[in-house]
Structure formats: structure tokens, C-alpha cells
Design a protein around this ligand. Structure first.
Ligand SMILES: [Zn+2]
Length: 390
């Protein structure tokens, strides 16, 4: 279905849960797959690129909850590195896809404007592996994305022939909310003529960012989620938290309303340091740390998550570490420290208060999540980090 015919459906009021559910959920017979009984996983991209010094160095951290509280409940792996390979860029989309696929360079540029990296995975993602093996609905494999990174809407599935769209995750982002909101305004038809014209304009703009056929549609559960969100925050778009705090708010709400089995949160705000102000960077780290603290508290308090949730926290990439450079904190120059990340894994089945002092490759994260959840990440190259398990 192209955008025009989709808009016709929206305008005719035929867009409802049934249609969305049919389109989104009918690809695989659910009964053919076993129910999932393993632990829930909250996978946190400590993103926007961070250095070890400001995150896991106990004397210099801006993430005290992560380093001093959560680390005691799990295994800290201080020495994760992004491999030095030809063509590997130490950046956000790339690092995130390394984590999601367990492969380097497993993406293709889907062709967009210069500097707007829009990479699409060419290997299966964790979401696809999980949903292809277990009977888990879309909304329980969830990706929470930042508001100004529409390119990350492309991370929900790869184009690998055995996996792909029918095993994709659902997405929570302001982009998705706005799609829902403007589609609803158009469907309701209660707004003034001017507002309706504006809503159509905004809707078309959102659609132009992501032209994939499935893109405007969300499963019935997600429609319900957004309806609740809209009721809570109204249509203004101004009341909801912004930046990485918004991601925390979306994730917390998802935990209570959607009960995701695999929830990935793509934090990103430390990246504002590209524009030169180091305090934006350290502040953003502290905000992510607060978010992690809230998420741990929420999962500790919720019977669906308590005692059966594993947190996997790891950055997408490092950052430059050279005080002699004019512009510090960059990550596109292939410096050693831009390749240096870390990981923290905590939860049932994982050792406690342990530091695993061993070099680990970033691609190992994928197989490690697979081992925690008990599925096969067949195309991933790394090995699960076996030393973390009890
Ligand atoms: Zn960046």
C-alpha cells in the first residue's frame, strides 16, 4: 500500500485496531512457536558515545548509580572494544547495529541526504532472533528511540532472507507518537479546517522520513499505548519530557503497560558534545544514569519483572581522549579511545559484584543477550561472554 492509499484509509476512518492487527500480526502462526519463559532483558545503549573515564571510572564517573550501585548487582566488563577493521566507523548507528546483529559492517546505506546516516541492518537483529523462536508479540520486543534520530527507526529488522519484517520489533519514539496523533486527528475530523490541513501536512512530513510500506502502521497494543500517552500529555507535544528523559518516560510506561520481554533503549544525548560544550556531555551521562536508576527501581517493584530481569548496559562507541586536540570528545577519527567501550550485565543468573578483567569484543554482546534469553543468534560472530554466568 502506498502513502496515498493509506491516507485514503485514514481519511475514510477505516484505520482501526483490526486492520492494524491484521497487517502487523498475521505473518506467523503463533501456536507453532513455544511460549517464552526466560528472563526479561532491558538492553540499554548508553549512547551518543561515551568514554570510560566519565562513566565507569569510579573516581570520575558522572553515573554514580551505574558504577557504585548497579555494578554491585552484576558484572562490570571494563574492556569492551570495537574491532579495528577497514571501513568500521566508530559511531552511533554503526555501534548500535554491531550490538544488535553481532556483526561488523552488517548494514547498508538506504540512500539519503549527505551526513544523514540511514543504515539498515543486513543481518538479523536480536528482535528477529527472539521473535522467530518464541511466541512473543510485536509489542513485547520493543525499541525505544530518540526524537531526533528517525534513522534509528530502521533498526527494528534486517533484510536477511530468513528473518526480516515479520519478526521485527515495535518502536516507541516521538516520531511514532506523532504519526499516531496526526492520523488520529485526521480520522476524528473534529479539528478546524486549518488544523486538519496542518495535521495532514505534518503527517505527510513524517511519512516522508520513512517510506517503508509498514511504517505508518502500529499494532493494536501500540495504538492503545499511544492513545493513553496522548490522553496523559495532550496534543501540544510540549508537556512530555524531552531528550533522554523522554526515552526513560516511554520505557517506564512500556514496562507497566506492554510488559516487553526484550526492551532496548537507545539513549543518545551525550552526543551533544559535538557542539563543543563538555558540560552537556557530563550532564547527559548523569541523566541517563538517573534513567537507569528509575528503570531498575520500576522493575524491582513490578512482579512481572522483579527477580526475572537482566540489564545489559553498553555504549554504542567511545570518544576521543586526547586533551591536545582542539575539539575533544569526537569519535569519527578512528582513535583508540573511540573504539573503547564497556558493558555492565546484572540480574538473575549473572554473577554479582564482579569485574571481568578480560578484553571482550563488542560483537559478543549479541550472543550474550541470546545466551541470557536462550535463543540462537545464528549469524552473529562473537561468542557469549561465558564468565558472567553463575
Ligand atoms: Zn556523534
Amino acid at each position: 500500500m502506498d502513502r496515498r492509499s493509506f491516507n485514503k484509509i485514514v481519511a475514510s476512518g477505516a484505520l482501526n485496531g483490526t486492520l492494524v492487527g491484521t497487517l502487523a500480526g498475521s505473518a506467523t502462526p503463533a501456536a507453532a512457536k513455544p511460549r517464552y519463559n526466560g528472563p526479561n532483558v532491558v538492553l540499554i545503549r548508553f549512547g551518543g558515545g561515551v568514554r570510560r573515564r566519565e562513566t565507569i571510572d569510579p573516581d570520575h564517573t558522572y553515573a554514580p548509580f551505574l558504577r557504585h550501585v548497579l555494578a554491585k548487582r552484576g558484572v562490570l566488563i571494563p574492556n569492551v572494544t570495537i574491532a579495528q577493521l577497514d571501513g568500521v566507523d566508530t559511531s552511533h548507528a554503526e555501534g548500535t547495529l554491531n550490538i544488535l546483529t553481532g556483526r561488523y559492517l552488517a548494514y547498508r546505506d538506504t540512500g539519503s541526504k549527505f551526513f544523514e546516516d540511514r543504515l539498515e541492518p543486513t543481518q538479523p537483529t536480536l528482535f528477529e532472533y527472539l521473535r522467530s523462536e518464541f511466541d512473543i508479540p510485536f509489542h513485547q520486543a520493543l525499541l525505544v528511540n530518540g526524537e531526533d534520530r528517525p534513522q534509528e527507526e530502521f533498526f527494528t529488522y534486517g533484510v536477511h532472507r530468513h528473518y526480516g519484517i515479520k519478526h521485527r520489533s515495535e518502536l516507541l519514539s516521538l516520531h511514532r507518537f506523532k504519526l499516531f496523533k496526526f492520523a488520529s486527528i485526521l480520522k476524528e475530523g473534529k479539528a478546524s479546517e486549518t488544523e486538519l490541513v496542518e495535521a495532514q501536512k505534518q503527517y505527510d512530513k513524517l511519512i516522508a522520513v520513512d517510506k517503508r510500506e509498514f511504517a505508518p502502521r502500529q499494532s493494536a497494543k501500540l495504538e492503545e499505548f499511544w492513545a493513553n500517552w496522548r490522553e496523559h500529555y495532550g496534543d501540544s507535544g510540549f508537556k512530555n519530557p524531552r531528550g533522554d528523559r523522554l526515552l526513560t518516560a516511554l520505557a517506564l510506561r512500556a514496562i507497566s503497560e506492554l510488559q516487553p520481554r526484550l526492551l532496548m533503549i537507545n539513549y543518545q544525548d551525550p552526543d551533544y558534545v559535538h557542539w563543543g560544550n563538555a558540560s552537556h556531555y557530563t550532564r547527559a551521562i548523569a541523566i541517563i544514569d538517573e534513567g537507569i536508576s528509575q528503570l531498575v527501581k520500576a522493575t524491582d517493584a513490578d512482579p512481572f519483572y522483579r527477580g526475572r530481569t537482566v540489564f545489559v548496559i553498553t555504549p554504542d562507541c567511545g570518544r576521543d581522549n586526547n586533551p591536545l586536540l582542539n575539539i575533544d570528545f569526537q569519535h569519527h577519527f578512528n582513535t583508540r579511545s573511540a573504539h573503547e567501550t564497556w558493558a555492565l550485565v546484572a540480574g538473575p543468573g549473572i554473577e554479582r559484584a564482579k569485574i571481568l578483567d578480560k578484553p571482550i569484543d563488542q560483537s559478543a554482546i549479541t550472543k550474550t543477550v541470546a545466551a541470557v534469553m536462550g535463543f540462537h543468534a545464528r549469524e552473529a560472530e562473537g561468542l557469549a561472554i561465558s564468565e558472567i554466568f553463575t
